[in-house]
Design a binder for this molecule. Structure first.
Ligand code: DLL
Length: 428
């Protein structure tokens, strides 16, 4: 599957798409209704392009069907549930049959292979276990691929460092912000990661991160850092994975049919343009999803990759459309601000973007000073503040108010980092 030629991949996708549309129409009342309203019968799907005739599915649709309204099989066929915490309070429920778990496991095993793991590797899994899909997804995949897993889950950073040294894991799996924190704590506790740890590879995802963060993690932990993308509704991690070429993340397209659409109009964007990712799951049993709108923004590269895989690639995920800030009329994503901040000498890895209104005339960032720089005689707070503001202005064309804070003063994350502090919510 990993090495299917483009033509064979498309043929397989079409066969599976036709089957899944029929399956969804027969088994899920929501799709029966929607397809009827769109005047599309399953047999009308004759080419992959016909996917554009199908109705979208949104996160709100899943929320409206809470808790079990989108299941396509009787409850006795469900083997596992996961849930993602929604911003509105009610979790989004996702369900898996035996077949679904098997597919997920194989997608994750394939992701380990693409990232450069080898059977026999020892995986320290610091993604959260439980309702979050990160922990069990990386766990199942490691086992299926022939690795051994230390299931540490997130948190307990001292113990993580002890295990990194004593148990000699070769692969680390966690969020990139937690990897940054582990690197920082390793340094602070006197570990020399390149000597004390045996890590070769890190598989990081579940949140946006920048190339600068990648460099800091690689230097700080002595490993190669690879990006992994996924979301609960589509099994969890293992939708797309960066290969050793590091030229984007291969979408496992025998299972996911990807489209990129304009977030406003819902129309397909031109080839290679950025837009919202939309996925149709091609063999999901428990909850088939047609044209699921992720709200994640990225672009698709379909040219061949030097690794030999023909699965199209996502360029780095810029962020979610909901996270976009409008500052002085310019649209910016927190990940772009991170890109600028981490490139300024003297700025540490931790920052916060403070937002108090929908449309801002000025950005407000709080950034930690790098501990070594903070202690050096060169440190001049006024100068550093000005450099940051000038860099943001030069790269993103936005004005910023910059507050510098002492090393160690901003909250660290054990899972997904909260980079945007939204005062609009606390003020009601
Ligand atoms: O975060 C699944 C996952 C676990 C992916 C472990 C990778 C590693 P959710 O909690 O449902 O599932 O959150 C999904 O996280 O829609 C993106 O906005 C964001 N996201 C996930 N991976 C990446 C990534 C998991 N590599 C949401 N880069 C998605 C940027 C990512 N954002």
């Amino acid at each position: 599957m990993e090495r299917l030629r483009p033509r064979a991949l498309r043929d397989l996708q079409l066969r599976r798409l036709r089957k899944t549309v029929r399956y969804a129409a027969e088994r899920v009342p929501l799709y029966k209704r929607r397809l009827k309203a769109a005047k599309v019968r399953p047999e009308d799907v004759r080419s992959l392009e016909d996917v554009a005739r199908l109705p979208f599915t949104t996160k709100d649709d899943l929320r409206d069907a809470y808790p079990y309204g989108v299941l396509a099989v009787p409850m006795r066929e469900i083997r596992e549930f996961h849930a993602s915490s929604g911003t509105t309070g009610k979790p989004t429920v996702v369900a898996y049959t035996d077949h679904d778990l098997d597919v997920w496991r194989r997608l994750m095993a394939r992701s380990y292979a693409a990232a450069g793991a080898r059977p026999g590797d020892l995986v320290q899994n610091a993604y959260g276990y439980g309702l979050f899909t990160g922990g069990l997804g990386f766990h199942y995949g490691a086992q299926a691929f022939g690795c051994s897993v230390w299931p540490l889950s997130g948190g307990n950073t001292r113990r993580q460092l002890l295990f990194l040294k004593d148990m000699r894991p070769t692969v680390l799996a966690c969020t990139p912000s937690y990897a940054l924190y582990l690197a920082e704590e390793a340094r602070a506790n006197g570990y020399a990661p390149r000597k004390d740890f045996h890590l070769r590879l890190g598989m990081f995802g579940a949140e946006p991160w920048s190339e600068e963060a990648r460099r800091k993690i690689e230097d700080g932990l002595g490993l190669r850092a690879r990006d992994c993308y996924g979301l609960s509704e589509l099994y969890g991690p293992g939708v797309a994975m960066e290969c050793e070429e590091q030229a984007g993340l291969h979408i496992w397209s025998d299972e996911f049919l990807a489209e990129v659409v304009d977030p406003h109009s819902g129309e397909a964007v031109d080839e290679g343009e950025a837009g919202e990712l939309v996925f149709t799951m091609l063999t999901r049993e428990a909850m088939p999803l047609l044209r699921f709108r992720t709200r994640d923004l990225s672009a698709l590269a379909t040219d061949g990759c030097a690794c030999g895989r023909h699965h199209p690639r996502l360029t780095r995920i810029r962020g979610r459309s909901d996270d976009m800030l409008i500052i002085g009329g310019v649209n910016v994503f927190p990940s772009q601000i991170e890109h600028v901040l981490l490139n300024v000498e003297g700025v540490g890895e931790w920052y916060e973007i403070v937002v108090d209104r929908d449309i801002l005339d000025r950005l407000f960032v709080r950034a930690e000073v790098d501990p070594t720089f903070h202690a050096s005689p060169e440190f001049d707070p006024g100068q550093l503040q000005q450099t940051i503001a000038e860099e943001l202005r030069a790269v993103l064309s936005i004005w910023a108010r910059v507050e510098l804070v002492k090393p160690g003063s901003l909250p660290r994350s054990e899972g997904k980092a909260k980079r945007v502090v939204d005062l609009r919510k606390s003020l009601g």
